[in-house]
Design a protein around this ligand. Structure first.
Ligand code: NAI
Ligand code: 13P
Length: 367
């Protein structure tokens, strides 16, 4: 099988698969990195201090990496996925399964990674899977015990991938909620940026716990509006990843937020970040998708304002400080009474909206 992308997560995932007994070829863009991985068994820029398994091979030749590969795991920055898939297509084995390891949406279209894969490679969704969960690469590369979720519209595909992506320190669970699993990974990055900002400003645990909890509500309402199961957002791909990313200084999203909170401008932060920071590119498309479904995301909105320099990081809060201040329940559009009226009303509005627009929601980007 092949893993495409030899950054921190691609290399770590190649190790997970190899340690699980699979025969893996890792594709690196740069020949010198492929050489370092194959010969020195190291990827010193991305995973300092980690010894890679002896069986893991690396190459900078995409044709060699893909030759006969029945399963292809993709871990490149979300914004370059489309261009990479165009290069993959000529070498794709018939019936190969493609697995996304990425946690972003395409900025120009708002599409999830599995839908970009489906569109570019024109393959049956049953041959596509996505993996997500609390998976800080360096911790897993050091073989610290961890869980993740493999999701595919085909349970059989999810199970086949999960069997291979399991070893003594890594356990893969399965589900068929691809929307919830992918959006969980995308949205927790945005909340992690907010928590980084809070850390950078110097606020304490109450602010963080309030933002994490309110953030989970935003994540759940958003994902459910696009067809996800709420339970997925309460699982490893939602709450699990939210906890890991918000707590850890290893998180690039959290780190970027911290720098913003300390007063650096977005340009300075982008210059300082050496690795992929998906959250920074996802804010705008996520807010557009939220608007299309009438979902309120005050925390993500404040992250956008801090990124644009229109909100002082010290003013970040679990709620918009400019809102009416009217008492409300904890779910969005909820009046606080213990009934399902708010969500029923939302579902009704959504159905009406879709009927008006021939089955698609108004002006919605393609998630
Ligand atoms: N690092 C982590 O802990 C985890 C990362 N992810 C996700 O994995 C994806 C990849 O992230 P990382 O490996 O962490 O990023 P990274 O920044 O460590 O590595 C990205 C890799 O992609 C390569 N790359 C950059 N531009 C490219 C292009 N145009 N075409 C092909 N390759 C290109 C880089 O050379 C590098 O090897 C992201 O979507 C991230 O959210 C998911 C779970 C954990
Ligand atoms: O997705 C991750 C952990 O699950 C990695 O988070 P960062 O991209 O913020 O480093």
């Amino acid at each position: 099988m092949a893993v495409l992308g030899a950054g921190s997560w691609g290399t770590t995932f190649a190790k997970i698969l190899t340690d699980g007994g699979a025969d893996v070829v890792l594709w690196a863009r740069r020949p010198e990195l492929a050489r370092e991985i194959s010969e020195a068994r190291r990827n010193s820029d991305y995973l300092p201090g980690v010894n890679l398994p002896v069986g893991l091979r690396a190459t900078s030749r995409l044709d060699l990496a893909l030759a006969g590969a029945e399963m292809i795991f993709v871990s490149v920055p979300s914004q370059s996925l489309r261009e990479n898939l165009n290069q993959v297509e000529p070498y794709l084995a018939e019936n190969a399964i493609i697995v996304s390891l990425m946690k972003g949406v395409e900025r120009s279209t708002g599409m999830r990674m599995s839908t970009v894969i489906e569109e570019v490679l024109r393959i049956d969704p049953a041959r596509i899977a996505a993996i997500s969960g609390p998976n800080l690469a360096l911790e897993i590369a050091k073989e610290q015990p961890t869980g993740a979720v493999v999701s595919s519209s085909s349970l059989e595909t999810a199970q086949a991938v999960a069997k291979l992506a399991t070893n003594r320190y890594f356990r893969s669970y399965v589900n068929t909620d691809v929307i919830g699993t992918e959006f969980g990974g995308v949205l927790k990055n945005l909340i992690a940026v907010a928590i980084g900002i809070v850390d950078g400003v110097g606020y304490g645990e109450n602010t963080k716990a309030s933002i994490i909890t309110r953030g989970l509500v935003e994540m759940t309402d958003f994902a459910v509006a696009y067809g996800a199961q709420p339970e997925t957002l309460a699982g490893l791909a939602g709450l699990g990843d939210l906890i890991a990313t918000c707590q850890s200084p290893l998180s690039r999203n959290n780190t970027a937020g911290r720098l913003l909170g300390q007063g650096y401008s977005i340009n300075d932060v982008v210059k300082q970040m050496q690795q992929t920071t998906e959250g920074l590119a996802s804010v705008k498309p996520v807010l557009e998708l939220a608007r299309a479904k009438g979902v309120e995301m005050p925390i993500v909105e404040q992250v956008r304002q801090v990124l644009e320099g229109t909100l002082n990081p010290r003013d970040i809060a679990p709620h918009l400080t400019t809102d009416s201040g009217e008492p409300q329940g904890e779910r969005t559009l909820d009046d606080g009474q213990a009934h399902g009226g708010a969500s029923l009303w939302r579902a009704f509005q959504r159905t009406l909206d879709q009927l008006r627009h021939g089955g698609r929601s108004a002006g919605s980007p393609r998630p």
